[in-house]
Design a binder for this molecule. Structure first.
Ligand code: URA
Length: 194
């Protein structure tokens, strides 16, 4: 029987495929509209996300929501947001390569059920894993990369923008490019009758 995204989420909630399961409060599976054609992928949950079970709910998440709102996107309406790893790495360290590999089948499952047309990589870790290992995010953010019909765009991580606010205008430009691409492809579910 087709269990869909909810079935995948239920399975993910009991995942023990890597050591990150030991200290988690919540598995942070994802949030948003499963009909969306735009998926955003971050690195992994931080403290707030682990406590609440939702991606990007801390200060970085508030900034992300503002960037989305500036281009008429909303985490509950017309995008889907998730992370490379679904459980918090201790002390917010980068997820280890083996943790990323262990967690990737969940992202692949989300991807094949949601079937986005555009994927935005939030930060270096997601961009290296999903676009190319040698990506230079400070130089290449805002560019679209095509792989098997999927458009992927890296942008700076919201936490990096909080540390380095002078990068915010560059990130804003990326979101404007995202909006343009959505309009060009006609893939905003708000305008497609979904
Ligand atoms: N940073 C991420 O990469 N993802 C989150 O969900 C929160 C912070």
């Amino acid at each position: 029987m087709e269990r869909g995204l909810e079935g995948l989420r239920e399975d993910c909630l009991s995942c023990k495929k890597c050591g990150l399961c030991a200290a988690r409060t919540h598995v942070v599976f994802g949030v948003g509209n499963p009909q969306s054609k735009v998926m955003l992928v971050g690195e992994g949950p931080g403290e707030h996300e682990d406590l609440e079970g939702e991606p990007f709910v801390g200060r970085g998440g508030q900034l992300l929501d503002k960037l989305l709102a500036a281009v008429d996107l909303d985490r509950r309406v017309n995008v889907y947001i998730t992370n490379i790893v679904k459980c918090r790495p201790p002390k917010n360290r980068d997820p280890l390569p083996e943790e990323q590999e262990a967690c990737l089948p969940w992202l692949r499952g989300q991807f094949s059920l949601i079937r986005p047309k555009i994927l935005v990589c939030l930060g270096r870790v997601a961009a290296m894993k999903l676009i190319k290992p040698d990506i230079k995010i400070t130089k290449e953010h805002g560019r679209f990369f095509e792989k098997n019909g999927l458009l992927m765009m890296p942008t700076l991580h919201p936490a990096a923008l909080l540390r380095n606010p002078k990068e915010k205008p560059g990130a804003f430009e990326d979101f404007l490019k995202l909006r343009e691409k959505i309009d060009e492809l006609g893939c905003d579910i708000r305008n497609s009758g979904v």
